[in-house]
Design a protein around this ligand. Structure first.
Ligand SMILES: CC(C)(COP(=O)(O)OP(=O)(O)OC[C@H]1O[C@@H](n2cnc3c(N)ncnc32)[C@H](O)[C@@H]1OP(=O)(O)O)[C@@H](O)C(=O)NCCC(=O)NCCS
Length: 202
């Protein structure tokens, strides 16, 4: 079972951004407006061991539906092109990810500033091979430039490895630039095979 949809307990907001327009609000179901903010997956899948190693003001958690306001795209933009995404588009995409149930996006929030400072995702691939096994693909790892060198990247990778194990994957894999190989080796991964690619769009 790949479903990761869950409802977070009530937290400080209802998950509907204060800056969202009435039109955007109307696109959310009544339930979504009343229930506490939703997380992409159950927070019991966050490693307590990894969380305990983070400096005090940082929290490791699943992506939540109010993270648009907390700068998730500013953080992601330090990895690659993010385009022009509105709050409504983010909300719609969040619902799609929830429904698909295979994408486990983790974030680290600096709670003193209410800003997302690191992101990393595990995407589950259901196989027929390996006794119908599962692979975890580590994707979209980024730490905000001002926060690098504080071991947030390392903690994020350890969390994604923990997730892969907890979800029953027989391995986790990723693609990266040569310049990041040493970082991933410090996280316990090893180089195996090569990546090949053909882009369909720029
Ligand atoms: C790569 C990245 C995620 C590392 O995050 P970070 O939080 O700065 O790294 P950490 O502080 O956790 O580093 C852990 C260890 O790896 C080392 N390290 C980090 N980046 C490294 C690199 N590019 N090359 C070699 N070693 C590296 C650190 O020195 C540290 O070593 P130590 O344990 O001996 O002290 C971050 O630099 C980043 O977001 N880069 C831009 C986006 C990117 O390239 N993402 C990866 C896409 S595949």
């Amino acid at each position: 079972m790949l479903s990761n949809a869950t409802v977070q307990p009530e937290t400080k907001s209802n998950g509907v951004s204060l800056k969202q327009t009435a039109e955007e609000m109307s696109k959310l179901s009544v339930k979504e407006q009343k229930v506490g903010r939703r997380a992409l997956f159950d927070s019991s899948l966050i490693s307590t061991e990894v969380s305990a190693q983070l400096p005090a003001q940082y929290v490791l958690r699943p992506l939540c539906e109010d993270d648009f306001e907390k700068g998730v795209f500013e953080c992601l933009s330090q990895l690659s092109v993010v385009g022009e995404v509105s709050a409504a588009r983010f909300a719609e995409t969040f619902r799609t990810l929830l429904a698909q149930g295979a994408s486990y996006m983790n974030v680290i929030e600096d709670t003193e500033r209410s800003r997302i400072v690191a992101c990393g995702t595990l995407v589950l691939e259901q196989k027929l091979l390996r006794n119908c096994g599962k692979i975890g693909h580590i994707e979209d790892i980024v730490v905000s430039s001002t926060e690098r060198g504080k071991r947030l990247g390392l903690h994020l990778i350890h969390q994604l490895k923990h997730l892969g194990h907890a979800l029953g994957c027989y391995k986790v894999i990723l693609n990266c630039k040569q310049s990041n190989v040493a970082f991933y080796e410090k996280c316990g991964l090893e180089v195996r095979d090569v990546q090949m690619v053909e882009y369909f769009t720029e």
